[in-house]
Every structure is written in C-alpha cells, then in structure tokens.
Design a protein around this ligand. Structure first.
Ligand code: NAD
Length: 507
C-alpha cells in the first residue's frame, strides 16, 4: 500500500526496494484537492535518513539489473505500457484529484507520458554503440553504452504523471536504477503508477520513491552513490540543482521556468489563432512550462485578435475537475499559488497595463474553498514590466503589441527564458525568418504548444535549461549512459601472416 489512512488524510509511504515503508520524518506537508480545498494526503518531508534508504536499495538492485539483457528490460516497459493503457482513466482521475487538471487535459498528459514508455521499448536499438574494423592493421574499435548506476529524478507539481515519466522509463531501460522525488504537492499519482510498474515485473529496488522538499533534494545532491540527476521545476531551483550537482561531480540535466511568446501576424488565420492561443494560454490553468503566456500581435493583428480572444476566453467555464464534470478550466494548484498569481495581477494593473479580462471575479458555486481564477488578459503591456519579465504560471495572458516582426524578435532577445515560441502566419518566408532567429529552443509554426514528442529532445534554451543533454529523445539515452570504447587486436600467429594451421586447413 502506497498510503496509510489516518483520521484526517492519507500519509504517503516511501517505496524502498519494492516495499512500501514509513518515512522517519516528523514533519509533513499537506496535499489538497485544489477543486475543493479538501486535505487529501500528508507527505513526509524526509531528509538524509530517507534518502539513504532509497539510494541503498537502488544501489543494491543495480548489479543484477544492469546484467539483465536489454530486451528483458524493454519487455518490462512493454508490459508497463499495456498497464498504463488499461488504467488510463484511473491515472487521469488521480491527476485531476491532486492537481486540478480537467479530465481531457489529464488524459492527454498521461498519453504523452505513455509515449515515453513506448520510446523506452525501443532502447535495444537506441542504445547500440558504434564499431569499425581495421582502424589500423588488424585493429578494430567499438563503443558500447553502459548504464551509470543510481540516478535520481526531482519533479514539479504541474504534470504529476507526465514529467516523472519523461525520466524513469528511459533511465531504467538503459540499465540504471532510479530514485524519484515527486513534488510534495502532487505525490499520489506517482505512487499509483509505481504499483503498475511493479505489476509489470520490474525487480525490487530498480525503482524507488522518496518524499520531501529541499532537505531531501540536498541529500540526493550530496549522496556519493547518485551518479546523475534529472530535474524539472522553476528556474532558481533548476540553477541551484545544476550548480550543486555538478560541483558534487554528478551529471545533471535541469529544466527550468519559461515565458513563451506567441507572435500573431496580420495575415494569420484568425479563427485558428484565437482557438490555439486560448488553449495555449489557459489550458491546464496556465500551469505549463510551454504555455503561451505572452502574445505579441504585430501591426493591425491586435485590432481583430484581442476583442475576439477576450470574448471567447470570457465564455470559458471554470469549475471542479474531481467529480466527473467537464469544465473548460480547473483550479490552480494551491491557495498560496492562487494568492501569488492574484498579487501579480494587482502589480500588472498598478504598472499601467490594461486589464481587459479579470479572472479574479470567477466563482465556483459548489466549491467555495477551491483555488479558482478565471482567464485573465492584460493588453498593451509595456516591455520590461513584471508581466513581461516574470513567469506567472497561472491563467494570465500578457499582450505586448509590436509594430513590426523585428520588434517581436527583439522581445525574445530580451527575455531571460527560452523554452518555446510560436508564430501564427500564412507567410512561409516570415515563418522561416522567425524559426531561424527567435531566441527560444522549441518553435511552433501555427501550433499553439510546440512541446516535442517523446522521441525528440525537449530543447529549452537560456534560463529554461541548464545542462548539455536534454530530457527525451536520443539525448536522454546519452544522458543516462556512459560510453566505453574498446580497441582490439587479435594475433592469429607469431608472424601474424595467417600462418596458423586453422587458416591452412590443417586441423
Ligand atoms: P519548484 O521548483 O518549486 O519545485 C520543483 C521540485 O523541486 C519539487 O520536487 C520541489 O520539492 C523541489 N524544490 C523546491 N524548492 C527547492 C529548493 N530550494 N531546493 C531543492 N529542491 C527544491 O517548481 P514547481 O512549482 O513544482 O513547478 C513549476 C515550475 O516548473 C515552473 O517554473 C515551470 O515552468 C517549471 N516546469 C518546467 C518544465 C520544463 O520542461 N522546462 C516542465 C514543467 C514545469
């Protein structure tokens, strides 16, 4: 059992060597259902003692797992994928309950995570090395990919299923053993999925879970047996993890926050653009690292775009996502986060931006204690203000009007982040120029959220990523393996002139 029922809520357990165990922590963080504000679980805020237990379990499992033939490791993933499919709705419901995504959004996120499992099923091919014979006379050379050992993943609240799935299916199938530290705000989905992973036949100790916050993460960063760390979260923490992990001699890939620009040219298909921009800005209540949170209509595009967008967004239904209803948008993650986003809205208005749609007026009648905020739009926002510089991570769209595409490209150059950027246009030449020059690592052309699929890397730039090898795709195989190069020369006889009897047919 991943959780124990107490009088108030469930206490999350650690997964240590295939067993659900109690944490030694004495402090707990509360997990709330954001749709209602109800307390649903308590997470132990573990530290070094808990981290030692899971890392030791992972280290113990490593020698046998790395010797397990790669096809057998991949077969566990085939079974895991089938179990995810069978339990698709249940996983999505777990995401809705602890995170507040709509059921459709939760299902889509689980599907994207499952695609990483499908990618991991191909690791027997993807992990192959290179070889060449006769690099010198009778000398052959080959590289083989070896797993690293114990690797860890530290994940954010906004995709309880998908982001952890970006990491461990690939790490494990490459032959590593894994320690996951899920977000203390959304630990339950990971516990449920871990049960499926064990049901798929993963040997004990190959996948482990520890809970907590900074103290647990610091213990992972300092543990001598942890070889590599994958991190996804906010930029300050991503930078901290990268610097501390590298200083401690670990491999680190660390994805941070974002501010994604959506450029709209006057020749764009406005019906498609309004729909895609609305989904990009307000989907998942804006809590997406690829959310189109900064719209940049160029020239006359604003005159048509903004009134249509405000009208359409104002009709979005905001409501509970935990009771089988299907609103257009759910709550934000916590009451603290709600207050933070509200305070940014106040600041944006105080800095002189036009608040053309105010989501603070939204009320959900049957859930007065839920953490709700409706779609919010600021028009005519000035460059270098809070709304332009900071990641809001809520349903707030900032509109900066630009006179030319050069002005729009300049906004990207001034932006400290660099995850995604999108252009809506019907001009191939404009799109090509934008793709080539815009200062971001993932580009969309008439696509609202250009988040790459599992077999492509998630190529954030600037303060949106610290490291060399990105999450997903072939880069992730490189990240979770180390290469060994072997040069070999075999002598067939003392004078190496093929005089051995075997070559002369004498034996
Ligand atoms: P967060 O940085 O607060 O937390 C992420 C993880 O780090 C959690 O597991 C948390 O326990 C841990 N953590 C928090 N503070 C820490 C500290 N001081 N030291 C060590 N560990 C710490 O992020 P969040 O609020 O959970 O998630 C939202 C952020 O994640 C947003 O900024 C979003 O853009 C980003 N994100 C980025 C991507 C990407 O691919 N670039 C994807 C998803 C989310």
């Amino acid at each position: 059992m991943a959780v124990t029922q107490s009088s108030t809520a469930t206490d999350c357990k650690l997964l240590v060597g295939g067993k659900w165990e109690k944490s030694t922590a004495t402090e707990f963080a509360n997990v709330h259902n954001p749709s209602t504000g109800e307390l649903i679980a308590r997470v132990p805020m573990g530290g070094q003692a808990d981290v030692d237990r899971v890392v030791e379990a992972a280290a113990k499992a490593f020698p046998a797992w790395r010797e397990t033939p790669v096809v057998e490791r991949a077969r566990v993933m085939f079974r895991f994928k089938a179990l995810i499919e069978q339990n698709y709705d249940k996983i999505a419901q777990a995401v809705c309950r602890e995170h507040g995504k709509t059921f459709a959004e939760a299902k889509a996120s689980v599907f994207r995570g499952m695609e990483v499992v499908e990618f991991a099923c191909g690791i027997p091919s993807l992990m192959m090395g290179e070889c060449m014979e006769n690099i010198a006379s009778n000398v052959d050379c080959e590289t083989m990919r070896h797993p690293l050992g114990v690797v860890a993943g530290v994940t954010p609240f906004n995709f309880p299923a998908m982001v952890p799935l970006w990491m461990y299916p690939i790490a494990i199938t490459c032959g590593n053993t894994f320690v996951l530290k899920p977000s203390e705000k959304v630990p339950l989905t990971s516990l449920y999925i871990a049960e499926l992973l064990m049901e798929a036949g993963l040997p004990e100790g190959v996948f482990n879970i520890v809970h907590g916050g900074k103290e647990a993460v610091d213990a992972i960063l300092e543990h001598p047996k942890v070889r590599a760390i994958s991190f996804v979260g906010s930029t300050p923490v991503a930078k901290y993890l990268y610097e501390k992990g590298c200083a401690n001699g670990k491999r680190v890939q660390s994805a941070g926050g974002a501010k994604n620009h959506i450029i709209v040219m006057p020749d764009a298909d406005m019906d498609q653009t309004v729909q895609a921009l609305q989904a990009s800005a307000f989907g998942c209540a804006g809590e997406r690292c690829m959310a189109g949170s900064l719209a940049v209509p160029v020239g006359s595009a604003a005159d048509e775009l903004i009134p249509r967008l405000v009208e359409s967004a104002s009709k979005m239904k905001v409501g509970r996502t935990d009771n089988g209803e299907h609103p257009d948008m759910g709550p934000v993650i916590t009451s603290d986060h709600l207050r933070r986003v509200q305070s940014i809205i106040e600041k944006g208005a105080a800095e002189g931006a036009d608040l053309v749609l105010d989501g603070r007026k939204v009320q959900v009648k049957d859930a007065p204690n839920g953490f709700y905020l409706g779609p919010t739009i600021f028009d005519k926002v000035k460059p270098n203000t809070t709304l332009v510089n900071e990641e809001v991570f809520g349903p707030v769209l900032t509109v900066v009007r630009a006179n030319t595409i050069e002005d729009a490209i300049k906004l990207g150059e001034d932006c400290p982040f660099g995850n995604g950027a999108v252009i809506f246009t019907n001009s191939g030449a404009t799109a090509r120029e934008f793709k080539h020059r815009f200062n971001a690592g993932m580009i969309g052309i008439n696509v609202g959220v250009p988040a790459p699929m599992a077999w492509f890397p998630f190529t954030g730039w600037n303060n949106s990523f610290y490291g060399d090898l990105h999450i997903q795709g072939r880069e992730s195989i490189q990240f979770y393996t180390q290469q060994k190069t072997t040069m070999s020369r075999w002598f067939k006889s003392s004078d190496s002139k093929f005089s051995d009897p075997i070559w002369k047919g004498k034996n």
